[in-house]
Design a protein around this ligand. Structure first.
Ligand SMILES: O=P(O)(O)OC[C@H]1O[C@H](OP(=O)(O)OP(=O)(O)O)[C@H](O)[C@@H]1O
Ligand SMILES: NC(=O)CC[C@H](N)C(=O)O
Ligand SMILES: [Mg+2]
Length: 481
């Protein structure tokens, strides 16, 4: 299988719709627009006259639903779907979502984007009391907690369960007669509600999926909200008021699609502003500016515009490099970058190039792209990164859980410059990142989580705290040597 190097593992994408005849087909179209958020597995659960049916499998949406009949067979007027990149529990069929649950009296299915920080301890407690888990995914915990709740009705049970889990979560829950959508108290992950021309409501990770199905944007789900959609319409409730927006800044930097809007901010425009601010903070003596397809193109355009330099296509990406999964070894990762990117000699030969990428994780891409441009005859390569150095892991849904994997956690900027063989290297500051996104909120960091850059996590780390402390101590000891 050909691989694309995904240095930052993406997260998951979720989509749900209630009250329209072709629910599974719409969910397929919506998930297709969210495919960039997860390529390990995909699935759809449909509600057919109150009965839930699930189809899920490994790979891309087009691998799982590989014929027109595969979607047509899922007949029903409500559905939820998921594209997965695992953060907890490995790439096993039982972990691919939606997770279906059949009880003697009812059925549920869950789809989740994010990562729970107390999943291990909840599971331990419940298993000690006799619970039997179906999967090794963190997502499943919510189902057990809903069933164990003593609240008098399902709304109350769901609210009680949501108050026990911690970390990052945008959840969709489908039952025989309703669809719930819930967002964690920090709103780490984006989640939006839209409406189809026939009145049916849609809930999904990004607005690009609303556009894909022809739904009109209604609102961004807010931290701590529980939305219920059923045949009577939509109800907006809070399961907790103890909330503070800190949406993942990597959504704006890299994850989300440029045509999506998050809390009213267009992702492409935010990236352009990051590039423009980078040009002011980290100018370079150069002839042209080029981006690294795909995710840094917006930032490169912003850099070029602000620096008054021509924006050029110095690198091209092979369109056929399939998005599958991150390769496990460094050798395979490097091979992947070689297959994916190549330099346009006629453009870069003899030129002083500003090379803009959106982020550096392990440094595999940077090492390779500087060499590609130099081999193609670039006179000099000034590497500019439209985000701050990634030095701390994330526990809310991005799969970088150890600082040892992050090149910026282990090396100074000058050391990295030497490793990449760049003529100069500069990063965006955290302040400029926050200004570039410019969310309209009074929350700290203007509503952004920037913990990967400054190590200040907006919540306790629960089950991850010990491991995090150990990692940091090891890193510190290695630096002292
Ligand atoms: O330092 P590294 O470990 O190489 O990771 C950083 C690179 O990974 C991401 O791109 P990615 O290849 O995931 O995909 P893209 O085509 O969406 O930019 C990011 O945009 C950087 O280019
Ligand atoms: N990337 C995600 O959002 C993953 C969701 C969930 N934690 C899983 O591993 O399946
Ligand atoms: Mg990239």
């Amino acid at each position: 299988m050909q691989s694309e190097v995904k240095s930052l593992n993406e997260e998951c994408g979720i989509f749900g719709v209630w009250g329209t005849p072709d629910a599974a087909r719409l969910t397929y179209i919506g998930l297709f627009a969210l495919q960039h958020r997860g390529q390990e597995g995909a699935g759809i659960t449909v509600n057919h006259d109150g009965e839930l049916r699930t189809k899920r499998g490994f790979g891309l949406l087009t691998d799982v639903f590989d014929s027109p009949n595969a979607v047509a067979n899922l007949d029903g007027d409500a559905a939820i779907g998921h594209v997965r990149y695992s953060t907890a529990g490995s790439n096993l069929l039982e972990n691919i979502q939606p997770l279906p649950f059949n009880f003697s009296d009812t059925q549920f299915a869950l789809a989740h984007n994010g990562n729970l920080t107390n999943a291990i301890s909840i599971r331990k407690q419940l298993e000690d009391r006799g619970a039997i888990y179906h999967s090794s995914s963190d997502t499943e915990n919510l189902m057990h907690l809903i069933r164990l709740s003593q609240a008098p009705d399902l709304d109350g049970q769901v609210k009680e369960a949501l108050n026990i889990i911690k970390g990052g979560f945008a959840y969709l829950i489908i039952t025989k007669d309703r669809l719930y959508a819930a967002l964690d108290p920090n709103g780490f992950r984006p989640l939006v509600v839209g409406q189809l021309p026939n009145g049916a409501y849609v809930v999904c990770s990004e607005t690009c999926a609303l556009d894909a199905v022809g739904a009109k944007f209604k609102f961004d789900v807010q931290p701590g909200q529980l939305i219920k959609i059923d045949d009577t319409g939509i109800t907006i409730d809070q399961y907790t008021d103890d909330t503070q927006l800190s949406i993942c800044s990597m959504e704006f930097i890299y994850f989300a699609r440029p045509d999506s809007d998050i809390y009213g901010v267009n992702v492409h425009s935010a990236r352009k502003r990051m590039g423009a601010m980078l040009a002011k903070e980290q100018p370079a003596d150069a002839d042209i500016v080029t981006g690294v397809p795909n995710s840094s193109l917006s930032a490169a355009m912003g850099y070029a515009e602000a620096a008054g330099l021509p924006y050029e296509m110095g690198l091209v990406k092979n369109q056929y490099s399939a998005r599958t999964f991150i390769e496990p070894t460094q050798e395979l990762r490097e091979q992947g970058v070689n297959m994916k990117l190549s330099a346009v000699k006629g453009v870069v030969k003899g030129k002083r190039v500003v090379l803009v990428d959106d982020s550096i994780v392990r440094g595999t891409t940077s090492r390779r792209i500087v060499k590609l441009l130099k081999d193609a005859g670039a006179a000099s390569v000034h590497l500019r990164i439209a985000s701050p150095p990634l030095r701390y892991p994330c526990f809310y849904g991005i799969d970088i859980q150890h600082a040892s994997e992050l090149i910026a956690a282990n090396h100074s900027i000058e050391e990295m410059r030497q490793i990449f063989d760049a003529d100069s290297l500069g990063f965006l500051s955290v302040d400029s990142l926050i200004k570039a996104v410019n969310l309209k909120t009074n929350a700290p960091n203007k509503g952004l989580c920037v913990a990967y850059f400054d190590g200040k996590y907006p919540t306790p780390l629960y089950d991850y705290q010990k491991e995090y402390d150990r990692d940091q101590a090891q890193l510190h000891a290695a630096k002292m040597r």
